[in-house]
Design a protein around this ligand. Structure first.
Ligand code: MG
Ligand code: MG
Length: 265
């Protein structure tokens, strides 16, 4: 069941998602060699609660009903998504994908950004750049009258043109009062196929892109997912509202980009 949102609901979703953007900026301020992902999550949780919201991820159940233990998913290097924050310090040359969710005034925010820890190898920097660009190519297609396959195809064809892998097992999703609503939003697909996009649909588009092969495995903690070949993966996510002519991006990387300044990631 796909719920089309009213303007008022979209404005509540915008508030929850702007808070995610601001939270990711607080995280961006701290990323450097030596910081732990547990510390990033602790700071994010405090910031979210100080702003009158709750971290949606904390307590969110997996398929076995086990609750996710933290406010952020922090996925380092070959980890694709759903990394549990831990006490291992980040190292120079690492990348860390930070996924953040908020619940504010009854509506959910969801957005993710992949950061560099100090200087990273050029091939990894390019992976981040292309993954972020692919997100915007998907968003360009999230317009009333197009189909969901147009969004996935835009992400997939762009990333595959660089030889990267597009993860199949995890996808974007509708978002509203629930973090995960219908429809599923794959990062692959064929043009002109899939459900028709309508004004008021709110979806999270979230390419998960690998430097090597697209195959993934679970790390065994009930959550973490990493690449089978152990090559790095990147993850960028925006929540958007489908409108006529152009999607509105409800989340924001502006706050993060202000913190990063000349550094793009
Ligand atoms: Mg997310
Ligand atoms: Mg999401």
């Amino acid at each position: 069941m796909i719920y089309l949102k009213t303007e008022e609901e979209i404005s509540l979703l915008r508030e929850a998602n702007q808070l995610v953007g601001k939270t990711l900026a607080e995280v961006a301020k701290l990323i450097r060699p030596g910081v732990t992902t547990a510390e990033l999550s602790r700071v994010a949780e405090e910031f979210i609660r100080d702003n009158g919201a709750t971290p949606t991820f904390k307590g969110f159940p997996n398929e076995s009903g086990e609750p996710f233990p933290a406010a952020l998913c922090t996925s380092v290097n070959e980890m694709v998504v759903h990394g549990i924050p831990n006490d291992e310090p980040l190292k120079e040359g690492d990348i860390v994908s930070v996924d953040c969710g908020t619940f504010l005034n009854g509506y959910c925010g969801d957005s993710a950004y992949t950061f560099c820890v100090g200087e990273v190898a050029p091939e990894i920097h390019q992976l981040l750049k292309v993954t972020k660009q692919s997100l915007y190519k998907g968003i360009e297609n999230a317009v009333a009258g197009r189909r969901l396959g147009d969004v996935g195809n835009a992400v997939q064809s762009y990333c595959e043109s660089f030889g990267y892998g597009v993860v199949r097992e995890f996808v974007g999703h509708g978002i509203g009062r629930e973090m995960h609503e219908d429809p599923s939003v794959p990062n692959y697909g064929r043009r002109g196929t899939g459900i028709l996009l309508k004004k008021g649909m709110c979806i999270a588009i979230e390419p998960m892109i690998t430097l090597g092969d697209k195959k993934i495995i679970f790390v065994g903690d009930g959550w973490g997912v990493c690449t089978m070949d152990r090559k790095p993966a990147a993850h960028f996510e925006h929540t958007v509202a489908v409108l006529a002519g152009k999607a509105e991006i409800l989340s924001s990387f502006d706050y993060v980009e202000q913190v990063l300044g000349d550094r793009e990631f």
